[in-house]
Ligand binder design. Structure first.
Ligand code: SF4
Ligand code: SF4
Length: 432
């Protein structure tokens, strides 16, 4: 007989303090240790991903002027990043509604983007607002997130069911959003994205549990799934989400400098009640069961396939050994860390570090340590097998584990309730 349990049964167990909740990583570790663990031992699993997510935008509303004095604002920027006023004109209210993209760049601050602005706001920093009204009145204001009447983060395409690895088969270096330093040619380097077995869709590929209205964590704050995101299909499902920025934890968000411009960092955690054996059979899959397709970074076509087990293997955290640092004249890590997490005086700021591995690659000494792995493959276009080193991780598995742990604790403490979704996530057929 098929093993089943209901959400009501799980919620009663949570209330009584008897629920068994594990993060995906805890389940993987237990299974790898040979623990005899089955369907009856796990009520809820917490999944998560922390990655570069281009599709995020801030939706804001705040007062700029007393009522009745200007008709409406038509040009508005925050810290030099232009936003899109509206859609509501708020005529004669002195209030602006504004949408601002995470990938938008500042016109006044070098290397500053929407992702950094969202993090600065969540950290409580003051931001500079410049606005022009339809009558030509120009104003400048300094506000903090507390002054915003409304500040939500909307994700148009998030938590994609894992992603790709990239190689550069050409003879020239390529500047791309898939590398922190220009990607060297002749199949000599590999970068990848995706949290592998931790990813929400990896554990619920047909969205049997997740649905419209499912409560999730976005950057540590409670948010909701609105529906499938843009460019979704059955093989590469993703989410559209919404979440209040007030209450987010900056550790899980920010910006990542790629060699082709800034990208936004965002983290999503989704609880999956283990309702039946189909769900159980998905959640017990390890990184070795999750395929990782390798693409040619120029043109993005497939050249081969490995698994996430080839790149993730308890190698999640980058370490810094100050005693091995020789204090180079100009520390290359200082300027090249994609999240500005490294400072020669203070070391790694763990609150900002993405565990991407760039410091390990650019430091000429052994001041940093991480097993970034290399893969031994023969890809399409290669004459023979070769060892290709991983030079960058564009997903932070350690951050995903931390968010999944936070969600687990919140459920156990009764701070996060599990509810049935209000509708199903319906994905499009394969997008061409
Ligand atoms: S590159 Fe490495 S060894 Fe040189 S100053 Fe930076 S951390 Fe130290
Ligand atoms: S791993 Fe190194 S380069 Fe990457 S974010 Fe952390 S400190 Fe910066």
């Amino acid at each position: 007989m098929e093993k089943k349990r209901t959400l009501e049964e799980i919620n009663s167990k949570i209330k009584e303090g008897n629920a068994n909740i594990l993060t995906v990583q805890e389940l993987i570790d237990k299974l790898e240790d040979g623990e005899n663990i089955g369907f009856e031992d796990v009520d809820v699993i917490t999944t998560a991903t922390k990655a570069l997510m281009s599709g995020i935008a801030g939706i804001f509303s705040f007062r700029l002027f007393p009522p009745k004095e200007v008709r409406k604002f038509i040009e508005v920027s925050i810290n030099g990043i232009p936003g899109f006023p509206g859609p509501c004109p708020n005529e004669f209210l002195g209030i602006i509604d504004l949408i601002l993209y995470g990938t938008a760049k500042s016109e006044t601050r070098k290397n500053y983007s929407g992702g950094m602005l969202f993090r600065d706001l969540v950290e409580g920093k003051q931001v500079n607002i410049r606005a022009k009204s339809v009558e030509g009145i120009e104003i400048e204001k300094t506000l903090t997130l507390k002054d915003f009447q409304f500040a939500r983060l909307m994700g148009t395409r998030q938590a994609i069911r894992n992603y790709f690895a990239m190689v550069n088969p050409t003879e020239n270096v390529v500047e791309t959003i898939f590398s922190a330093l220009p990607l060297k040619g002749n199949f000599s380097q590999l970068t990848f994205s995706g949290c592998g077995a931790m990813n929400p869709f990896q554990n619920d590929p047909d969205a049997d549990v997740m649905g419209i209205g499912t409560k999730i964590l976005v950057n540590g704050q409670i948010g909701y799934i609105m529906g499938p995101g843009t460019r979704n299909d059955r093989l590469k499902p993703n989410l559209q989400t919404i979440c209040d920025m007030k209450g987010m934890d900056p550790e899980f968000m920010g910006s990542f400098k790629t060699s082709y411009g800034p990208e936004s960092i965002c983290s999503i955690a989704v609880p999956l009640p283990v309702l039946n054996e189909k769900i159980w059979n998905n959640i017990i899959k390890s990184d070795n069961d999750v395929p990782l397709t390798i693409l040619n970074v120029v043109g993005r076509f497939r050249v081969g396939e490995i698994t996430y087990g080839d790149v993730w293997d308890n190698n999640f955290v980058v370490k810094f050994y100050p005693d091995k640092c020789i204090d180079c004249d100009e520390c290359p890590v200082d300027g090249k860390c994609p999240t500005d997490a490294f400072d020669l005086e203070k070391g790694i700021d763990r609150n900002r570090c993405f565990n991407c591995g760039t410091c390990y690659i650019v430091c000429p000494e052994e001041a940093f340590d991480i097993d970034l792995k290399s893969i031994n493959v023969k890809l399409e276009g290669m004459k023979e097998r070769k060892e290709i080193p991983v030079v960058l991780r564009q997903s932070d598995r350690n951050g995903a584990i931390k968010l999944a742990e936070r969600l687990k604790k919140m459920i156990l403490k009764g701070e996060f309730s599990l509810q049935k979704p209000t509708g199903e996530l319906e994905f499009a057929p394969k997008v061409k």
